[in-house]
Write a protein that binds this ligand. Structure first.
Ligand SMILES: C[S@@+](CC[C@H](N)C(=O)[O-])C[C@H]1O[C@@H](n2cnc3c(N)ncnc32)[C@H](O)[C@@H]1O
Length: 440
């Protein structure tokens, strides 16, 4: 990929973002937004993004190699050099660019960071890596942490939950995700959207079992896609588009989206049926994004800032026909889109998330009309957040009856359906649809 000047700017931006993620626990998207702001071209911004993703997917191996190649760890104030070199090593390992160009750009990035006195070190480290690569990398494949690029605890949990699919799940998390679109049925039908995309020179195709989804085979500037600006298209993974299929919507229903921001599924609900939607989220800033999305898509719903686990504060007492609980979760199903999740999430976070999910489900179930449907969804692959959570809910609520939805994509996992990453080129998602039984 050709870059402006000596190629140092995107590498330095990637390194700055990585330092914030890996040393300071910041989310990659916001760290990158800040780090790439000064880059001159979209191409440089895309390169910084791609390189930071590459490093996060291979961090244990890269960090370990640097530990072998650098005898004395740099002082704290020089810490950035570690990440510039991690970017350089990732590029050398990927072999997409000629090695001399990679070394040159990394050394220039060290200088651009104001660490000119470490240029010699940077040059030596990358050249030594090239010379000693096979010795340095010997045995890496024997350690799953180095081979897969995930923390040990997460590999163990995924292996335990998915003994037959764990390698497929880890491998899928290391692949770049497709760009998937949702067609707004109020605007046009999927065939019309597909024809407009093809006419504009994009390669697009429908996704099986997902009536509103189109997948692009090449990256594209989303805002320039035909129909995007006036609400004909949105970006949304196919797995996230399944929630609406599980909800089985009918015009006139009262629908609650209890964890609604940034509004992808809320908008899909409104695009699909003339329902009366209440969208709740505890985070006011994130709820603003729902408002922005509704504006672009020309949709309307009632937006409420509130704690869904405490409906007394915002519920008007009228029961809902449909409730979507797209719960806060580990996000272990969307690691291919957010490679930072594997490093930011800690094993201790999971129990707190499971408790929060259970409290949301228990608090919202009474708001459902008898005969109504509640859909519980997560973008997790962990059993404890998904079918185990579903099982405990069913033990606590005898008036809940599982709807199997065998016709929808996913693996039946009693109760609910799991989209297992790697099986269908979808994000990892879990859905459980439950109908409330009429009282005796
Ligand atoms: C997985 S995201 C929802 C994504 C959204 N449904 C969509 O499709 O765009 C989970 C959301 O739950 C919200 N949340 C977390 N705890 C909550 C609570 N107690 N009550 C309401 N919302 C909550 C978070 O702010 C976050 O926006």
């Amino acid at each position: 990929m050709k870059t402006e000047g000596d190629g140092s700017a995107p590498r330095l931006a990637a390194a700055r973002a990585l330092l914030q993620v890996l040393d300071q626990g910041k989310a990659l998207d916001s760290a990158l937004d800040q780090a790439v702001a000064a880059l001159a071209t979209a191409r440089d911004r895309a390169l910084a993004r791609r390189l930071s993703h590459a490093v996060l997917r291979d961090w244990p191996a890269l960090d370990g190699l640097l530990g072998k190649l650098i005898k004395r760890r740099p002082a704290r104030r020089d810490r950035l050099v570690w990440f510039v070199l991690a970017v350089g090593l990732a590029e050398l390992r990927q072999q997409r660019e000629p090695a001399p160009a990679v070394v040159h750009a990394a050394v220039a990035a060290v200088a651009a960071a104001g660490l000119g006195r470490l240029k010699g070190l940077a040059n030596a480290v990358l050249r030594n890596y090239q010379r000693q690569r096979s010795t340095l990398e010997a045995g890496q494949d024997d350690d799953p942490v180095l081979a897969w690029g995930y923390p040990r605890w997460l590999i163990e949990r995924i292996r335990q939950d998915w003994p037959a699919q764990w390698e497929q799940i880890l491998a899928a998390g290391n692949q770049p995700p497709p760009l998937t679109l949702r067609v707004n049925r109020r605007h046009w039908c999927r065939d019309e959207a597909l024809a407009a995309l093809l006419a504009a020179g994009h390669q697009a195709a429908p996704l099986d079992g997902l009536p509103d989804a189109l997948v692009l085979s090449q990256r594209a500037a989303v805002s320039a896609l035909p129909g995007f600006a006036d609400g004909g298209l949105s970006v949304q993974d196919g797995a996230a588009q399944l929630a609406v299929e599980h909800l089985d919507l009918v015009a006139g229903q009262r629908v609650l989206d209890a964890c609604a921001a940034p509004g992808g599924k809320a908008a899909h609900i409104l695009e699909r049926a003339d329902v009366e939607l209440t969208a709740v989220d505890v985070d006011a800033r994130r709820l603003d994004q729902v408002a922005d999305n509704f504006r672009r898509l020309q949709l309307g719903g009632r937006l409420v800032v509130g704690n869904a686990a405490d409906p007394a504060a915002w519920w008007d007492g009228q029961p809902f026909d449909r409730i979507l609980v797209d719960a806060p979760c580990s996000a272990t199903g969307v690691i291919r889109r957010h490679p930072d999740i594997r490093w930011l999430r800690q094993p201790g976070d999971i129990a707190a998330l499971v408790a929060l999910q259970a409290s949301l489900l228990d608090a919202l179930w009474p708001l459902l009309v008898p005969g109504g449907i509640l859909v519980y969804a997560t973008c997790s692959v962990l059993a404890v957040e998904n079918h185990e959570q579903g099982r405990s809910f069913l033990e606590r609520h005898e008036d809940a009856d599982v709807i199997d939805h065998d016709q929808l994509p996913g693996l039946a996992c009693q109760p609910g359906r799991q989209i297992v990453p790697g099986a269908l080129d979808l994000d990892g998602f879990y859905h459980l649809a439950m109908r409330k039984l009429q009282p005796d």
